[in-house]
Design a protein around this ligand. Structure first.
Ligand SMILES: [Zn+2]
Length: 455
């Protein structure tokens, strides 16, 4: 009890940027969800299914009566809320694409919520379709914090533990003494910045780190290259915000000698899936949303190891319901059970955005996942790089040289590319001073300008 109160007080103090009126909503939502999740994480499969069926019914009923887009859609399909009462009825509902959202943004807003409860969010960097949508003001943050705490606690995190965070903040460094976090910026990535970060990390002595994998990789590689003393007191590393490539994960585990966890989610807040202490499988939190893996014909796929698109229904967002939302992300299904004993559904692998593919000279789609390591592994003298594709069979590789770079490094990369996928691509190398981050501070390995249609 004391533990809970202390943790909640800490959170309350840490959310000073939220307007006073919203703070109560945030605090109340966090507390309610945190307490609920502590119980629900022990549920068995039947309890999870009952909960999701119940929540689905409630969401469909709400969408039909209060959301003009769904009312019209259901009528056009001659569907009534009573026709969708369980998960197996979901395929009666047409999928929701980003294009549909953009064309129907005002019709997707629930009419029974006051205007001041809508909080607009946008997605889309230099690739992908930019998207605007709404979530419920103040509440979404409380819910997000609750899920995040439950996830981190499974890895041994306690409210009094110190945490380093590397993400898209504007200032290079920000210390939140009240909630024991030192934030470092993924926008400030010169060797000088990294040396400063390294000194601060040693002084701060954190037990956990949460980071965009690309930012942590860049920092770690820089410290290794400069033969700096790397801090190894982490109990766990939590990656988020970008796809964690297997090579990155192994590198972090080797250098930091601790468990690396990964989290999959997105700004639309329909999915929250995390790996656990016992495995690298992604556990889908059933209280957050319903996840389906669909094939090209939007039919559910169930078999083990099959890859399809993640289509998700948010069980949390009533102001702007996402029902069967096509995320454009691909994942591999797993029918295994995890040793941790969780009854959550599992994903074997998050393969990435559908645009994370290259198009070869023979119009072949080649996933970036298998190729990305070529660029980073072949040369320690390339600090960072980014691929741009504007034409089939041609890749423009922008790269930032490090001190000992020579044209041999370029040749090595070229050869490794040819060895891996043949002469599918003409490579054009372009030295640059730095690689620009997205406005969220994330790093994009690939800027794909060609349309990639899988689904
Ligand atoms: Zn597990």
């Amino acid at each position: 009890m004391i533990y809970m109160e202390k943790q909640q007080n800490n959170f309350l103090k840490s959310i000073q940027y939220i307007p006073v009126i919203s703070k109560y909503t945030f605090y109340h939502t966090f507390k309610t969800w945190y307490q609920f999740l502590k119980k629900s994480r022990e549920w068995n499969e039947k309890q999870i299914q009952n909960y999701q069926n119940h929540q689905l019914k409630s969401l469909i009923n709400h969408a039909f009566h209060h959301v003009p887009y769904y009312h019209k859609l259901f009528q056009s399909k001659n569907l009534k809320p009573k026709d969708i009462t369980q998960l197996s009825d979901m395929d009666k509902i047409p999928v929701l694409t980003k294009d549909i959202i953009m064309e129907n943004i005002s019709l997707l807003k629930a009419k029974n919520y006051p205007e001041n409860s809508f909080h607009i969010r946008n997605t889309g960097g230099t690739t992908g379709t930019p998207l605007s949508f709404y979530i419920e003001k103040a509440k979404w943050l409380g819910i997000h914090f609750a899920f995040n705490k439950i996830y981190m606690q499974k890895a041994g995190y306690h409210w009094y533990d110190k945490v380093i965070s590397i993400s898209g903040i504007k200032n290079p460094m920000k210390h939140h003494s009240l909630y024991r976090t030192l934030e470092l910026s993924s926008f400030h990535t010169t060797s000088k910045d990294f040396e400063k970060y390294n000194r601060q990390i040693h002084r701060f002595k954190p037990r956990f780190i949460t980071a965009f994998p690309s930012a942590l990789l860049l920092f770690t590689k820089d410290m290794v290259t400069q033969k700096k003393n790397i801090y190894t007191g982490f109990q766990a590393i939590f990656c988020h915000g970008e796809i964690l490539h297997p090579m990155q994960k192994k590198y972090f585990e080797d250098i930091y000698n601790c468990k690396v966890f990964d989290q999959y989610g997105h700004r639309e807040q329909c999915v929250f899936a995390t790996t656990c202490k016992q495995s690298n499988l992604y556990h889908i939190f059933p209280e957050y949303g319903i996840v389906e893996i669909l094939n090209k014909q939007n039919q559910p796929m169930k078999s083990d190891n099959k890859t399809g698109e993640i289509v998700a229904t948010s069980l949390l967002n009533y102001v702007f319901p996402f029902i069967r939302y096509k995320t454009n992300d691909l994942a591999e299904i797993s029918n295994e059970t995890c040793d941790c004993g969780s009854s959550y559904h599992l994903l074997k692998r998050i393969i990435g955005r559908t645009q994370e593919f290259l198009i070869g000279k023979n119009h072949e789609k080649i996933p970036l996942t298998g190729l990305y390591h070529i660029l980073t592994k072949q040369s320690f003298h390339i600090r960072e790089c980014q691929i741009l594709q504007e034409k089939e069979g041609e890749l423009i590789i922008s790269y930032v040289k490090s001190e000992h770079y020579s044209k041999k490094d370029k040749e090595k990369i070229q050869q490794a590319f040819y060895d891996t996928i043949g002469k599918q691509f003409t490579l054009i190398f372009q030295p640059v001073d730095s690689i620009k981050r997205t406005k969220d501070g994330k790093y994009q390995y690939l800027i794909q300008k060609l349309p990639i249609k899988f689904f």
